[in-house]
Write a protein of this length. Structure first.
Length: 336
């Protein structure tokens, strides 16, 4: 099997995670960041060529197979399209982009270039999430009546200091940066969203971020189910909960913990989820924790698809649907 060669655009915190797993499945050849020190440090660690400009990196390394886009949210579309047009496959971090239009442009560019566009949605690999998805596909819950998604995390002032995070243009909003994985799982497990009512507030981060830090959402799905999303980054001192409770005709189940990493309870007619393997720990960023660290499985899928004809785990269309649902949520309310 040929070893895949990778480049990384954006050398921030999540890029460290990508580089670590690239080295386990392929070879990191080049890295790029407008902060030359960050590019130099990551490049030195993995013996990869550092660049300041994206065009320079893409032009210098025609032997690359895949470019991982780890830049700020608002640049995902621009950098993905650049890499696709240059002839490389792309693995784009979440969120895919900050607008449905940009997502569509990314998908169209990939099609025209005959390249694959992978979207990072690592929480799909959490053992309880995968088990509940499989159970619902087997119709063990029957008709889904309702679902409740809770996301109670902490992001303090320090998190946003001297950063693109918190800005509307590059961050986009709390649902994009903190909770897009959770919205993806709601779509993946329950279905597409038809109607939305939203209420938002910025209670603890006024003058620090340009959007909400708290939201309360009511949803109606195309399949007839109803649901709620309650989220905040004002949980005092630490992350508390990331959970999804599902109520169906033949059962009730809740995936919980801080990161949708535990099966909290279940009562299902004639069935029980058993013997779940332990999940990976959450991403540790020093002062705070992020979603579950399943990037190893993401890179395993990329390798399987590109070298062995595997099935892509999360494609561009699914990435677009997450952004579309977030767009519906934000369009349905204003910050109070």
């Amino acid at each position: 099997m040929n070893v895949l060669k990778f480049g990384i655009i954006g050398c921030g915190r999540i890029a460290q995670r990508h580089a670590e797993h690239i080295q386990k499945t392929g070879k990191l050849i080049a890295v790029c960041d407008i902060d030359e020190k960050k590019a130099a440090a990551l490049g030195a660690k993995y013996e990869a060529f550092p660049y300041k400009g994206v065009k320079d990196m893409l032009a210098a390394h025609r032997d690359l197979d895949v470019v991982a886009v780890c830049s700020p949210n608002g640049l995902h579309a621009t950098h993905s399209i650049q890499a696709l047009k240059a002839g490389f496959h792309v693995l784009c971090e979440k969120p895919m982009a900050l607008s449905v239009q940009d997502c569509g442009d990314m998908i169209n560019t990939a099609e025209k270039a005959n390249r694959r566009l992978f979207i990072v949605k690592q929480n799909r690999f959490n053992p309880p999430v995968a088990a509940v998805k499989k159970m619902i596909e087997e119709d063990r819950l029957g008709k889904i009546y309702s679902a409740q998604l809770n996301c109670f995390w902490n992001r303090n002032d320090e998190y946003y200091k001297n950063s693109w995070k918190g800005t509307r243009d590059l961050d986009g909003g709390t649902l994009f940066t903190q909770f897009s994985h959770f919205i993806d799982l709601l779509y993946w497990i329950i279905g597409d969203v038809k109607e939305v009512q939203s209420f938002f507030g910025n209670y603890h981060h006024q003058g620090i971020i340009e959007f909400e830090d708290t939201g309360c959402i009511s949803l109606k799905f195309y399949n007839g189910a109803i649901g709620t999303i309650n989220y905040t980054v004002n949980s005092f001192g630490k992350n508390m909960e990331g959970s999804l409770a599902i109520f169906g005709e033949k059962g009730t189940v809740k995936i919980g913990g801080q990161y949708l990493n535990e099966l909290e309870y279940q009562k299902i007619d004639g069935f029980e989820i058993k013997d779940l393997p332990p999940g990976n720990p959450p991403n540790n960023y020093g002062q705070y924790f992020g979603s579950m660290s399943n990037h190893d499985k993401v890179y395993k899928n990329v390798t399987e698809v590109l070298t062995n004809g595997g099935v892509i785990a999360t494609n561009g269309f699914e990435g677009l649907k997450t952004v579309e649902i977030i767009d519906k949520i934000y369009s349905a309310g204003k910050i109070s």
